[in-house]
Design a protein around this ligand. Structure first.
Ligand SMILES: [Zn+2]
Ligand SMILES: [Zn+2]
Length: 110
C-alpha cells in the first residue's frame, strides 16, 4: 500500500480547490479576488484604484450609434456600407467620455 502523508493530502486538497476555481465561472474568480481585496483592506470594488471602468462604453469613452447601442446591428449596417449615419461614435454620457467613473464605494468616503 502507498503511504499518503498529511502534506500529500493537503496538496491534493489544494489541487482540487485550484481545479474547481479554474473550472468555475469568472464570477467565482471575481468573488474570490473581491474577498481577497477586502481582506487586504483594499476596496473590493476597484482595488483602491478609486475608479471603475464605465459599464456603458466598456472603458472606451464613446459609444457607437445614437439610440441603439447594439454592436450586432452596427455590424450589419457597416457590412451594407451604411457607414454614413450609423457607426458614428458619440461621447459616452455616463462617464463624460472618460472611460471610467469614480468608484461608488471609494467616492463615498470622506
Ligand atoms: Zn462611458
Ligand atoms: Zn473603490
Amino acid at each position: 500500500m502507498e503511504n499518503i502523508t498529511a502534506s500529500e493530502l493537503a496538496g491534493f486538497g489544494v489541487g482540487t480547490l485550484l481545479l474547481c476555481a479554474t473550472i468555475a465561472a469568472p464570477k467565482v474568480d471575481a468573488f474570490i479576488s473581491a474577498s481577497q481585496r477586502s481582506s487586504l483592506g483594499m476596496c473590493k470594488r476597484c482595488g483602491d484604484l478609486r475608479m471603475i471602468p464605465c459599464t456603458r462604453c466598456k472603458g472606451v469613452g464613446s459609444v457607437k450609434g445614437g439610440l441603439f447601442n447594439f454592436g450586432f446591428v452596427d455590424d450589419i449596417f457597416q457590412q451594407f456600407g451604411g457607414s454614413g449615419m450609423k457607426g458614428k461614435s458619440i461621447s459616452c454620457t455616463q462617464c463624460q467620455a472618460r472611460g471610467h467613473m469614480p468608484c461608488p464605494i471609494c467616492s463615498n468616503l470622506p
